[in-house]
Design a binder for this molecule. Sequence first.
Ligand SMILES: Cc1cc2nc3c(=O)[nH]c(=O)nc-3n(C[C@H](O)[C@H](O)[C@H](O)COP(=O)(O)O)c2cc1C
Length: 300
Amino acid sequence: MATIQIDAERCRKCGKCVQVCPTLFEQDAKGTLPYLLDTTRCNECGHCVAICPGEAIAHSSFPPGSITSVQPERLPDTVQLMELLRSRRSIREFRPKPVERTLVEQIIEAARFAPSAHNVQSTEYIVVQDPAVLKQVVELTIAQYRQWRNLLSNPLVRAITRLAKGATRQAALDGLSEDFTALINRYQQGDDPILREASTLLIFHADHHAGFAETNANLALQNASLVCETLNLGAFYTGYMVAGSNDNARLAKLLKLPRDHEIYAGLAIGYPRFHYQNWIERKPPQIQWFAQGGKHHDQC
Ligand SMILES: Cc1cc2nc3c(=O)[nH]c(=O)nc-3n(C[C@H](O)[C@H](O)[C@H](O)COP(=O)(O)O)c2cc1C
């Protein structure tokens, strides 16, 4: 449990800690010394320490050295950030050059600063760079798709599905089976449809008991993918690997996935063979707008 103390000498009584965390801090009146409520409810997000202008809050989870002043001049402006967001693309063609460990560490550093529900910071990482292990990941993923394809094409399973779920569900499953077959065929022809021969696979996993574990992992992945761009690395979301990791005991064993953990996201990373020169328009956003004042309900 975290211990939190307010240094009365240093406190400027501005009440910002109360505003950012009314669960833990209270103030009887504006300009008075805040006091602490039930500190067992602290989720160690650090907002109180980050907001305090007088460095008056001593929090056991954030000892000296774990607090750094924000340097506004280092932040990208909107134009720079939008250029990054618009120009990021999935990269699937890689040079055989390995990604340096320091760069992978920087990518994970970006990932771990993503928000997480109740600040659980549930996401953990597996880095695969050993070519033999990368090959096995692809093989075991394809093996899983082969198993599912065989199950879906089993006449008995098909008959039961049609009876229990109807022809529409059967048609959807047939479509899925065709997708699996296409992946398997590409693999058999010597292609790598799962990791596209990327030199690094970054896996985001978590204990499935953690609240919003999947969302937390995917937010971490998005941070990671953006920082890849700034490091001149290319990356793509390995959805086929993630889907194929479901109930895949052999893959879990290979990756030494902890008990109760699931793979929620994966990023294939490498040095890109080329950079995209243009960014392309997306679909216009569909927005339902309940504007201030409530007079107009625009749909655009
Ligand atoms: C959940 C998810 C799963 C994806 N799975 C794959 C995948 O398995 N293989 C792949 O090449 N791209 C995969 N992608 C990348 C998408 O195809 C890509 O983001 C989309 O076509 C838009 O292109 P862009 O990322 O270049 O903007 C995935 C993306 C997401 C968000």
